[in-house]
Ligand binder design. Structure first.
Ligand SMILES: N[C@@H](CCC(=O)N[C@@H](CS)C(=O)NCC(=O)O)C(=O)O
Length: 123
């Protein structure tokens, strides 16, 4: 059964989830949530993501947010090739280390650049 991915492709974490699903031929259906149109505040999406942020995943009755958690869920559920999430404990820990680090490092500053650019486009 295909997992549902709730995404807005303006969002970097959403793009990472979609690229990962596509690269690994993971059966998925994209549900577009337009952040600019405020669709994250809709009743239906509130049931998928309590924090009303994308990306979010739905797999049957199971819902999940946070791109690192979604990526790891997909890697384990669909048993993606070893290089994505190695079975070796220490190699796996290195992946977990990076996913934890990027949040407050690359990603935080990347989103500032995004908002500066978007802000400069609006009157
Ligand atoms: N740490 C989260 C970040 C989620 C996040 O901040 N999503 C933003 C888009 S990049 C969002 O949905 N914002 C909507 C809002 O704040 O109303 C992840 O990696 O998934």
């Amino acid at each position: 059964m295909a997992v549902e991915l709730y995404l807005d492709l303006l969002s970097q974490p959403c793009r990472s989830v979609l690229i990962f699903a596509k690269k690994n031929n993971i059966p998925h259906e994209v549900r577009n949530i337009s952040l600019m149109d405020g669709e994250q505040y809709g009743d239906h999406f509130g049931k998928i993501s309590l924090i009303r942020k994308v990306p979010a995943l739905r797999d049957g009755d199971f819902s999940l947010t946070e791109s690192p958690a979604i990526l790891l869920y997909l890697a384990q559920k669909f048993q993606t090739p070893e290089h994505w999430y190695p079975a070796d404990l220490q190699q796996r820990a290195r992946i977990n280390e990076y996913l934890s680090w990027q949040h407050c490092a690359i990603r935080l500053h990347g989103s500032k650049v995004f908002w500066l650019k978007v802000g400069s486009l609006t009157p």
